[in-house]
Design a protein around this ligand. Structure first.
Ligand SMILES: C[S@@+](CC[C@H](N)C(=O)[O-])C[C@H]1O[C@@H](n2cnc3c(N)ncnc32)[C@H](O)[C@@H]1O
Length: 349
């Protein structure tokens, strides 16, 4: 965690905000941009069916949230979250206001996404769940907030079991504000956003979505959210040259999996964990072999995952650039580094 420098870093206030999302000189409070996914009338105004209280395929052992839960964060931290970064003491004058979630966004299951079980044996998260687009989602549009338990981020850093809100390490813990030491953990309580997988190993060359910090005017508070990545410059230029409608460039097609980049630090930490697990197992095998007179054999180690190749996400069809989380926006987030390296991993790239 401590060495994961993605997300809201120590000095990224006003640094790169607005890139790729069109908020430069953009929305003021009370005048949110259209982030509604590009559907006529917006997806939030015309629910398809009677409101559901829990999304389809929601796991019974996880509490479904429609607003965040707060655990162990101070009044001061809460105040920071209830302040636009531009209004924080010391923020550069150029800091733009955060984009706002659509003010008509309803609380509860999102009509834009579906949680699906992953059954494709080639998918590295096979046997788990993933998040899929239930409709065509326009490039750059807001998908849904990332809800969970707001907690002190560094309490559990490197010390599993020390975080009062969650005694186990979490694979769902996202930095909300590193400076204020607040993270959001959706391990046991969360919404559909907790099912967003990383693109690595899925066969997709890059992410099609990202975590981004936003302002929620319904609650007067900042939160993390999942956005469709903006269309790449090259694709836009290409479309313009072909006299195509540039509004239709990029985006996520209905039925496609929504994939982000968790950040290099997340996977690096898992590689380290896997390596030390491998060492630990090797030592155990050697010890057992000594005790039993056997040789342990390579099968004893076969469940330890191979080290993944980690291609960097590019922001468009152009040559791969720096990690997507950095290149798109200073508001982008990454999963905190905690938890175990997935044992079912099958990296193909
Ligand atoms: C935030 S959760 C994503 C949802 C998860 N698949 C589920 O069903 O709950 C993060 C975990 O999903 C798995 N995962 C996500 N993307 C992956 C990928 N590209 N390769 C391998 N495992 C992945 C890993 O176990 C990771 O710790």
């Amino acid at each position: 965690m401590a060495n994961n420098d993605r997300g809201r870093g120590g000095n990224n206030r006003g640094n790169g905000r607005g890139r790729g999302f069109g908020i430069r000189g953009g929305p003021q409070r009370g005048s949110p941009r259209d982030l509604s996914g590009g559907l006529p009338g917006g997806p939030f105004t015309s629910p398809d069916a009677a409101p559901k209280t829990v999304p389809e395929n929601w796991p019974s052992n996880v509490t479904y949230l429609t607003t965040p839960v707060y655990a162990g964060i101070s009044q001061r931290q809460r105040q920071v979250l209830q302040t636009q970064p531009a209004d924080l003491p010391g923020a550069p004058a150029s800091t733009p206001p955060l984009s706002e979630v659509p003010s008509i966004l309803r609380f509860g299951p999102s009509p834009l996404v579906e949680i699906r079980s992953i059954t494709d044996p080639n998918h590295p998260a096979c046997g788990q769940r993933g998040l899929f687009a239930a409709r065509n989602l326009r490039a750059g549009s807001f998908i849904l907030p990332y809800l969970g338990v707001y907690h002190r981020g560094n309490v559990a850093a490197g010390r599993p079991g020390t975080n009062p809100h969650n005694k186990r390490e979490s694979d769902y813990d996202l930095w909300l504000d590193r400076d204020a030491d607040v993270a959001v953990d959706a391990d046991r309580q969360g919404n559909e956003a907790r099912f967003v997988n990383d693109y690595r190993g899925t066969g997709k060359p890059r992410a099609n979505a990202e975590f981004r910090e936003v302002w929620d005017p319904r609650r007067g508070e900042r939160c993390m959210a999942v956005f469709v990545l903006p269309a790449g410059k090259r694709a836009l230029l290409q479309a313009a040259a072909n006299k195509q409608n540039t509004n239709k460039v990029g985006g996520i097609a209905q039925g496609e999996e929504i994939l982000v980049s968790y950040g290099k630090g997340f996977w690096e930490m898992r590689q380290k964990e896997a390596a030390s697990a491998k060492e630990g197992e090797a030592e155990q095998v050697t010890a057992q072999a000594g005790e039993e007179g056997g040789n342990g054999g390579p099968e004893a180690l076969s469940t330890v995952p191979e080290s993944p190749d980690q291609p960097e996400a590019a922001t468009d069809g152009a040559a791969p650039g720096p990690l997507q989380l950095q290149s798109i926006s200073g508001q982008a987030g990454s999963l905190k580094v905690a938890g175990k390296f997935p044992t079912n991993i099958a990296w193909k790239q």
